[in-house]
Design a protein around this ligand. Structure first.
Ligand code: ZN
Length: 277
C-alpha cells in the first residue's frame, strides 16, 4: 500500500494541534483555579472573625460599636454586641428566650419569658414553707444550707420564685414611688426577672437582713461554697453595665455544678458567658 507523505504530515499536524489545544485548556483552567484560590486567601478576614463567638450577621453592629468605643478590646466589642448591650437597656423590644424551662436559661434586660410562663416543678424550699424553687434547685439550696450549717451559720431563702403577675405589681408599685428610670436600675420588668425561673433566690444569712448579707462575717465562706452546690452570684460588684443591675450580694442563681464552676472559672458575668458560647 502506498501511503502519501503529505497526508501523514497533515494527520500529524492535526494531532499536534489537538494536543497543544488540550494542554493549553488544562493548564489555563488550572491557572485560573490557582488565581481564584489566591484571591480567597488574600481576602482580608475581618478582625472580629477570629473569635469563636463571632456572628457574621452582626458584623455591621460590631463595626458601629467599635467606632463608638475604640478603647474596648475585640473580645468586649463582640461580646457586648452579642449580649445586645451595644444600645442602652430596654431600647429594643425584649427577645423571647428559646427554652424557658432550660436550667441554663438566660433572662435579663434583653431576654424575656413568654407572659404565661410558670416553671413545671416548683416545690417549697425550706421549713418556712413560703418560698418555692424548681425541685433540683431547691434540693441544691438545701444541700448548700447544710454545708453552711457545718461551717456554723444558716442561710434562708428570703425571696425565690416570683410569678410574672406578682413581679408586675412590684414593678408598678416601685414606679409609682420612684419613677421609671430609678425603678429600672433595681427592679426587673415583669417577664424579665430571674425570679421567674424558679432557679434564683435572694438569701439572708444569720443575723443579717438580706440586702446586707455581704456584711455578715460568714459571707466569704458562703460565697466560696456557692459553685460546689451549682450556684453563682448573678449580679457581682462593679458589673452594673454588663448585667444591668447594681451589686446584689444576696441574689444567687442555680445552674448545676458543672456549669456554675465553668462560669466562675471564666471570671465573666453569666450574661457575658452566654454571649461567648
Ligand atoms: Zn433577687
Amino acid at each position: 500500500m502506498k501511503i502519501r507523505f503529505d497526508r501523514i504530515i497533515l494527520v500529524l499536524f492535526i494531532c499536534s494541534g489537538i494536543l497543544a489545544g488540550g494542554y493549553y485548556f488544562l493548564t489555563s483552567s488550572n491557572l485560573e483555579e490557582a488565581e481564584i484560590e489566591e484571591e480567597i486567601e488574600e481576602e482580608p478576614a475581618n478582625e472580629f472573625a477570629v473569635l469563636s463567638y463571632y456572628h457574621e450577621e452582626l458584623l455591621d453592629d460590631y463595626i458601629a460599636y467599635q467606632e463608638a468605643n475604640s478603647d474596648y478590646s475585640l473580645e468586649d466589642i463582640v461580646t457586648h454586641v452579642n449580649m445586645g448591650i451595644d444600645e442602652p437597656f430596654y431600647t429594643s423590644e425584649a427577645i423571647l428566650v428559646e427554652d424557658p424551662y432550660a436550667i441554663d436559661v438566660l433572662v435579663n434586660k434583653v431576654y424575656c419569658f413568654p407572659d404565661d410562663f410558670v416553671p413545671e416543678d416548683l416545690v417549697y424550699v425550706d421549713d418556712y414553707r413560703d418560698q418555692q424553687m424548681c425541685e433540683e434547685a431547691a434540693l441544691a439550696f438545701q444541700a448548700l444550707n447544710e454545708a453552711c450549717q457545718e461551717e456554723g451559720f444558716t442561710i434562708y431563702a428570703y425571696s425565690a420564685y416570683r410569678s410574672i403577675s406578682w413581679q408586675q405589681q412590684i414593678y408598678d408599685n416601685m414606679v409609682s414611688i420612684y419613677g421609671e428610670e430609678r425603678t429600672n436600675q433595681t427592679v426587673s420588668k415583669a417577664t424579665q426577672s430571674e425570679h421567674h425561673t424558679g432557679l434564683a433566690v435572694d438569701v439572708s444569712i444569720d443575723g443579717c437582713d438580706y440586702n446586707y448579707c455581704h456584711e455578715s462575717e460568714y459571707y466569704d465562706t458562703f460565697y466560696d461554697l456557692l459553685e460546689d452546690y451549682g450556684f453563682i452570684l448573678r449580679y457581682p460588684e462593679g458589673c452594673e453595665d454588663l448585667t444591668g443591675y447594681t451589686y446584689e450580694s444576696w441574689h444567687i442563681r442555680y445552674l448545676g455544678v458543672d456549669l456554675a464552676k465553668e462560669v466562675v472559672a471564666s471570671g465573666l458575668t453569666y450574661d457575658e458567658f452566654v454571649a461567648r458560647q
